[in-house]
Ligand binder design. Structure first.
Ligand SMILES: [Zn+2]
Ligand SMILES: [Zn+2]
Length: 145
């Protein structure tokens, strides 16, 4: 196949339309742009490398280059599949993790037995004393142990 981006011939893998080097370069440039806090306009198009002039996008020079970039980004996103969105965001915002640590997720405190009972009471639409006396609680406790 001929890569529509650089015009070189390459061995297509799967349904990839663009050669490896173009894909990597574009993803790389795009990731760099995403990691800039300012998201300001780049000097060069991430697809063809031409200087950016009046086109509205901050990282491509034209509609065609925009399509190529979108295509490649889309394929990459699908490649990550399943957890696509989460992985994608992590990848695009934090790359290899050198620049910024991944945001720490707030850990939920494990509930104390009392907390658990309160949670369960709520789940069963009972108030706490009723819950503590109920048959369901005993059944639930039995299930847990
Ligand atoms: Zn190429
Ligand atoms: Zn371009």
């Amino acid at each position: 196949m001929i890569c529509p981006c650089c015009g070189r011939e390459f061995q297509a893998k799967g349904n990839g339309k663009y050669c490896e080097s173009c894909r990597h370069r574009i993803l790389d440039e795009y990731t760099k742009w995403r990691r800039m806090k300012t998201r300001k306009k780049l000097k060069k198009c991430i697809v063809c490398g031409r200087p950016l002039e009046h086109y509205t996008s901050p990282y491509v020079c034209s509609h065609e280059c925009g399509n190529i970039a979108r295509n490649i980004l889309h394929t990459e996103k699908q490649r990550l599949s399943r957890q696509a969105n989460k992985q994608w965001k992590e990848k695009m915002c934090y790359g290899n993790g050198k620049e910024q640590p991944a945001p720490r997720r707030k850990l939920k405190k494990p509930l104390s037995p009392l907390g658990l009972d309160i949670e369960q009471a709520k789940l069963h639409h009972m108030d706490y004393p009723t819950w503590m006396n109920s048959k369901e609680r005993k059944e639930w406790k039995a299930q847990c142990t």
